[in-house]
Design a binder for this molecule. Sequence first.
Ligand code: RET
Length: 226
Amino acid sequence: MALGTIAFIAMGWGEEDEEMQEFYIITTFITAIAFSSYFSMATGFGLIEVSVSGVAEPLEIYWARYADWLFTTPLLLLDLALLAGADRNTIATLIGLDAAMIITGLVGAIATEGAASRIAWWGISTGFFVVLLYFLVSSLSGQAARQSGDVASTFSTLRNLVVVLWTAYPIVWIIGTESTLGIIGLTTETALFAVLDLAAKVGFGFILLRSRNVLEQATGAAQAAD
Ligand code: RET
């Protein structure tokens, strides 16, 4: 995450156009926030023990993930929305659904009332997620289709990446230790989240920022719409 942050700063260095700068600033913050979150988890600050009624062993919960996701997932959506030239209402709806998804997911992770209530919170969070995906593939994709060919095609690549990678998160959660099902252990779960986070943030950032031409066209289109 630190290397990604440095790379994105370097890629945006010397960019004079304010609208173009937005993409670099947003993407740099995404990995910088994740770096801080991983540092807190690596040093033990980001970890708590949660005793769940009816479950013998206390669960080890990395709450710092949720703090990271609460800020970084809206920023990822904002990057996508700016690329699509989306209107304010679409952006606000996506970010609202996303925040609801992460906050209810956090509640599920720290709930102590029993395994069933934790899984119920997972269900609520997944409900928000499904509606979020619906807006991504309907409204947002519809708005992106009005952009130039290159922008629309980068948008589709990134949108597909988001749909596939983000869908893995609730699956890892439910088969992992948070749900108390523990089909996979904490080490495997931690490794999976790390790989997903790297792909969804650093991989996403490189695809978005690799073509100056695409960003220029996207911001030009945004100006015309204004
Ligand atoms: C949780 C809890 C259970 C239900 C759902 C979840 C979704 C999480 C997602 C996270 C995405 C994170 C990203 C991070 C950084 O790159 C919170 C696991 C639906 C979609 C993309």
